[in-house]
Design a protein around this ligand. Structure first.
Ligand code: 1HE
Length: 259
């Protein structure tokens, strides 16, 4: 089972209900060139309906060295605007698609690589992961949605510090500021991400929809609008047969307790 049109820099596999995608441009440390980002767009636009969760991981020693800087030689402002629009399209498909996406991080998670990871819903990092936003050190700026997503995850003040000073966060520091939700031993991120993906794939579709679409929007919405959206979402989900079955199972003592 494959998805037509994927570049060699993206490997796509299925494991039951989940899909596993590897960045596979190891010789360039998984630097994201236009072909790879177009491939991410193609993949998430054409994800089969029976995929219930996706893991994004990477081959080699690093998750991603960020934007392929070779694409910036002899570039014009309009080329850069269009490139960013491509990244926005591709990463919006990750963030606002219909399936949870889990990023498995190790080694360098730099620049555009961190912007890609920030579009995922859950991030699992191993002890080798480190994070940096060296754009400003190179005289450029984030262009893959990072100023929107990363600033919301770690706070604008931390993002400004990362960009102005070029500092590097270790795996522990990144974990402390929320860049990873899970921190595991070296080499264990992908396995843990796959376990999590198999678990989140069991969440019924209406609850998943609410989590992926209502939560991030309500975090930005005025409270009154947020309550209405939540109210509608809750009513939709609780009337769903999947919810009715699970609630009946709990009341009959057939479902797991939360402890
Ligand atoms: C690259 C890139 C790249 C490696 N674009 N070619 N990102 C950066 O500023 C990070 C730049 N990369 C690095 O700091 C290092 O490569 C790493 C720490 C990630 C890895 O170091 P190392 O010693 O394992 O590998 P290397 O020898 O530096 O790189 C191997 C090859 O990959 C080499 O090419 P080669 O032809 O000489 O073998 C490197 O040139 C190449 N390579 N990283 C192009 N990024 C949407 S806007 C987002 C803006 C950004 O992302 S800015 C951040 C850019």
């Amino acid at each position: 089972m494959t998805i037509p049109g994927l570049p060699a820099s993206l490997e796509y596999q299925r494991d039951g209900e989940i899909a596993i995608v590897h960045l596979a441009r190891v010789a360039k440390r998984n630097a994201l060139d236009d072909e790879t980002v177009r491939g991410i767009e193609t993949l998430f636009r054409n994800l089969p309906d029976d995929v219930r969760a996706v893991v994004i991981a990477a081959r080699g020693d690093h998750f991603s060295a960020g934007l392929d800087l070779a694409s910036l030689t002899a570039t014009t402002p309009i080329d850069s605007l269009r490139r960013s629009q491509l990244w926005y399209r591709a990463f919006e498909l990750i963030q606002f698609g219909n399936v949870p996406v889990i990023a498995a991080l190790h080694g360098a998670v730099i620049g555009g690589g961190l912007e890609l990871a920030a579009a995922a819903h859950i991030r699992v990092a191993d002890a080798t992961a480190y994070y940096a936003l060296p754009e400003a050190q190179r005289g450029i700026f984030v262009g893959g949605g990072g100023s929107v997503r990363i600033s919301r995850i770690i706070g604008a003040h931390r993002m400004m510090d990362l960009m102005l000073t070029g500092r590097i966060y270790s795996a522990d520091e990144g974990h402390a500021v929320g860049l990873s939700g899970y921190l595991v031993d070296a080499g264990a991120a992908e396995t843990r991400a796959i376990e999590l993906a198999k678990h989140v794939a069991t969440v019924p579709p209406l609850s998943t929809y609410g989590i992926l679409h209502a939560i991030p929007r309500n975090a930005e919405a005025d409270p009154a609008t947020g309550y209405v959206l939540e109210n509608l979402m809750a009513a939709m989900a609780s009337g769903d047969p999947a919810a009715q079955e699970r609630i009946a199972a709990f009341l009959a003592g057939r479902a797991a307790k939360i402890k």
